[in-house]
Design a protein around this ligand. Structure first.
Ligand code: NAD
Ligand code: UDP
Ligand code: UDP
Length: 318
């Protein structure tokens, strides 16, 4: 058995994928980053390109891919509503055809495969916090459905390949995560608020701002993914990964204003369709199975993220 593994990260040029590549390269693994650069950018892995253990392959996972690897992290998929609604059919294809191709690859080479699923499989939930046993409340025909239903179908495929072909699978249900390398204009609440504050523009609160989310810092999340991949074969998930500390959107806005010293005022805009009212993970299973829980408080994570966007905005012509 090799100490170092050949590990493929689909979506490796994205926000989460690039941080994952960092950790895997640092651990000495041979990392193959597969990405079509739809929402991700080579800039996120620029510092790894000259590294002997890192390789970038430009490829769309909705098409077959033949490579030899030991482990696969299937992270490829646009993740923010603006991005996944830009070409909804391609979003579903990425989740469904992409999963089939990566599972087919894993089956052929007997690789272990992890799926980046999402809290969106719970839809607008009726139970709070969400446990893995909850089946969700998802609209199958709304503007978010390409993402939610695509991810749900990907989970179905993972479990059917597991049952039918004894594939070693790991399914992580990731809750809202933030940190450096988020897209500045992907419409996510943290990136929006920080960029608006840094530019002195009004902070856009959708609805009355009483809806809640819980935000996990990227380093914590990546640690959870690595631990999940290293569990015994009997552990398949799905397993929630996220930070259970819950904030209202109004509280988040105030926090960002305080930390940036912005003079921005708050303005209200309509709540998007199917916007979940509340979201907070129950991470009991992750605590027990992975001995994992997030360690970075919002204040500290926001500091890192604000610093990242300050630098990015200073480099980008307005
Ligand atoms: P991201 O958009 O930054 O990264 C996704 C990457 O996938 C990008 O680099 C993009 O170019 C690539 N990609 C998209 N379609 C592809 C295709 N067909 N073939 C190859 N590459 C493709 O998003 P992220 O926030 O890093 O999310 C990564 C994964 O985690 C996604 O699967 C997402 O659904 C999941 N997730 C993220 C969050 C979060 O809060 N960031 C929450 C839940 C789940
Ligand atoms: N596949 C791939 N790379 C591989 C093996 C398979 O991309 O190394 C794709 C292949 O195109 C196929 C899909 O994965 O469509 C599913 O593979 P599987 O073996 O499960 O199904 P089958 O080939 O029998 O349709
Ligand atoms: N939101 C907001 N202002 C923004 C962007 C988002 O009030 O500028 C709200 C959005 O309506 C949602 C929450 O913040 O209730 C989180 O939105 P995001 O898109 O970041 O994540 P998701 O809805 O996918 O959890």
């Amino acid at each position: 058995m090799h100490l170092y593994k050949r590990i493929m990260v689909t979506g490796g040029c994205g926000f989460l994928g690039s941080h994952l590549c960092d950790r895997l390269v640092a651990a000495g693994h041979d990392v193959l980053c597969v990405d079509n650069c739809f929402t991700g950018t080579k800039r996120n892995v620029r510092h790894l390109l000259d590294h002997a253990n890192f390789e970038f392959v430009r490829h769309d996972i909705t098409f077959p891919l033949y490579l030899e690897v030991d482990e696969i992290y299937n992270m490829a998929c646009p993740a923010s509503p603006i991005h996944y609604q830009f070409d909804p059919v391609q979003t579903t294809k990425t989740s469904v055809h992409g999963a089939i191709n990566m599972l087919g690859l894993a089956k052929r080479v007997k690789a272990k495969i992890l799926q980046a699923s999402t809290s969106e499989v719970y839809g607008d939930p009726e139970i709070h916090p969400q446990t893995e046993g909850y089946w969700g409340r998802v609209n199958p025909i709304g503007p978010r459905s390409c993402y939610d239903e695509g991810k749900r179908c990907a989970e179905t495929l993972f479990f059917d390949y597991h049952r039918q072909n004894r594939l070693r699978i790991k399914v992580a249900r990731i809750f809202n995560t933030y940190g450096p390398r988020m897209h500045p204009n992907d419409g996510r609440v943290i990136s929006n608020f920080i960029v608006q504050a840094l530019k002195g523009e009004p902070i856009t609160i959708y609805g009355d701002g009483s809806q809640t989310r819980s935000f996990c810092y990227v380093d914590d999340l990546v640690e959870g993914l690595l631990r999940l991949m290293d569990t015994p074969d009997t552990v398949t998930g799905p397993i929630n990964l996220g930070n259970p500390v819950e904030f209202t959107i109004l509280e988040l806005a105030q926090r960002v204003i305080d930390m940036t010293g912005a003079k921005s005022r708050l303005i209200h805009q309509p709540l998007p369709a199917d916007d979940p009212r509340q979201r907070k993970p129950d991470i009991g299973l992750a605590r027990e199975t992975l001995q994992w829980e997030p360690g970075v408080p919002l204040e500290q994570g926001l500091q890192q993220t604000i610093a990242y966007f300050e630098k990015l905005l200073s480099e980008t012509p307005r």
